[in-house]
Design a protein around this ligand. Structure first.
Ligand SMILES: *[C@@H]1O[C@H](CO)[C@@H](O)[C@H](O)[C@H]1NC(C)=O
Ligand SMILES: *[C@@H]1O[C@H](CO)[C@@H](O)[C@H](O)[C@H]1NC(C)=O
Length: 428
């Protein structure tokens, strides 16, 4: 092997190793620069944090609210189509009113969406979430959802705005706000007081159409903290649905929730039905007083009619003036009819007996006298005093004593069967 060759060979090796080394240096340098550049691009805080273990809350908040705030645009959609998940927690229903046709509900609205602009997992957070309040909420993008059919809605704000915001490291956002809302109810009083009322709340994003913000119900969509029992209503059922609603500006993603309230008819039973029964029963007392007690019978009959009218007025005073007939109208009017029928019977008796109470006229006395001599009997005194009219009246009273309760019972069977069946069919 010639020496020249050896020297040349070692030279080549040296050059090669030098090139390799310098490449390595260059590579190392470049990597460092890239890392520096990357970290510098994020923020000085981040580059500092990357050297340390996990980032604590203060550091993340500084990063989100100060460093990020420079780049964050709250008017820009976080993604082309934001998927907003809604969950409703019902705290209380404070009133259902048939007069104003609405209901008042206290609820928590939960919204979940993802905003990559708020992600902080790069900081290696020590904690899995961060909570904020209303002030931060105003500085981030929100889907601007609202109840579009509420008559009134109010965010609870004592002692501070009741809004809760939680941001997860991957940019998931959970917002929760506590509101009181008044929504419309649809009611059909034909079965009143055995009826149900349906109330609806419609929730949608006010600003963004379905291609920008897509709303959907979470699972479960609705949570009710405790059984909803009002003095006159019980919530028996609820249902949720979603659809696209067409407006002039396009399709909007819409969420609906329906609440079904069953009326508790106890009050009406005590204040309406039972007194009506009493009054109708009282109107039958005259049948037992005999045909001669016309003043007493008139008093009872007329009082019964007045009492019913008064009860009726008392109940319908608190109801909307609907033009159709309600179950309670049917009841009250038929009660009045029964009392009226008993008054009619009284009128018939009064008419037939109009001369009986007076001293007998000469002609009648003469007939009685002649009778006396013609039919000698033990009870002739009675038979003589009783004219044909009195006999007829007593028979009428006897028949009424039987027929009124029978017809009333029969009517009751029909009435309760019809309305109870309807109420039963309607029940979920
Ligand atoms: C938020 O973080 C705390 C503390 O790490 C944890 O206990 C809690 O379960 C988290 N909440 C949620 C909703 O992930
Ligand atoms: C982000 O993290 C939260 C909490 O761990 C999780 O519930 C959610 O599904 C995550 N979101 C995405 C888009 O991965």
């Amino acid at each position: 092997m010639p020496p020249s060759f050896v020297t040349q060979n070692t030279k080549t090796t040296r050059i090669q190793s030098f090139t390799m080394l310098s490449t390595l240096f260059l590579l190392l340098y470049a990597t460092r620069e890239t890392v520096n550049a990357m970290t510098a691009e994020i923020s000085p805080t981040v580059s500092y944090l990357l050297d340390r273990g996990c980032a604590n809350d203060t550091e993340i908040i500084d990063h989100l609210l100060i460093d990020r705030a420079l780049y964050y645009n709250k008017h820009k959609l976080p993604s082309p189509q934001v998927d907003v998940r809604i969950e409703m927690w019902v705290q209380e229903v404070t009133s259902v009113s048939e007069l104003t046709q609405d209901f008042e509900i206290d609820l928590y609205m939960n919204e979940y969406w993802t905003d990559p602009g708020l992600a902080y997992d790069i900081l290696n957070p020590c904690q899995g979430n961060l909570s904020f309040d209303w002030a931060v909420m105003q500085n981030i993008w929100t889907p601007n959802t609202c109840f579009i059919n509420s008559k009134k809605a109010q965010l609870h704000s004592s002692p501070f705005t009741n809004v809760f915001l939680m941001v997860f490291p991957n940019g998931s956002v959970w917002s929760n706000w506590r509101i009181k809302s008044t929504g419309p109810c649809v009611m059909d009083l034909t079965k009143f007081p055995m009826d149900s009322i349906e109330c609806t709340l419609t929730f949608e994003s006010f600003n963004y159409n379905k291609d920008e913000v897509f709303m959907r119900w979470g699972d479960p969509p609705l949570t009710i903290f405790k059984p909803i029992e009002l003095p006159d209503f019980t919530m028996t059922n609820f249902s949720t649905s979603n659809k696209f609603q067409l407006y002039a500006a396009g399709y909007w993603s819409e969420l609906n929730v329906n609440f079904l309230f069953r009326r508790r008819s106890g009050w009406y039973l005590l204040q309406g039905y039972i007194p009506t029964y009493m009054t109708v029963f009282i109107s039958w007392i005259p049948f037992y007083l005999g045909p001669k007690a016309i003043p007493a019978r008139t008093m009872i009959g007329v009082n019964a009619l007045l009492a019913l009218t008064f009860q009726f007025g008392n109940i319908i005073r608190n109801l909307p003036r609907v033009s159709y007939i309600k179950a309670i109208d049917v009841w009250m009017l038929s009660g009045i009819c029964f009392v009226f029928a008993s008054l009619f019977e009284l009128a018939t008796i009064g008419f037939l007996m109009r001369n009986e109470g007076k001293p007998a006229t000469k002609s009648s006395r003469s007939t009685k006298n002649s009778n006396r001599w013609q039919q000698p009997s033990v009870c002739r005194e009675d038979t003589q005093r009783k004219s044909q009219n009195i006999v007829f009246c007593e028979r009428l009273d006897n028949t009424s004593r039987l027929m009124f309760p029978v017809v009333f019972t029969f009517y009751n069977f029909i009435y309760w069967f019809v309305y109870m069946k309807q109420a039963w069919d309607q029940a979920p």
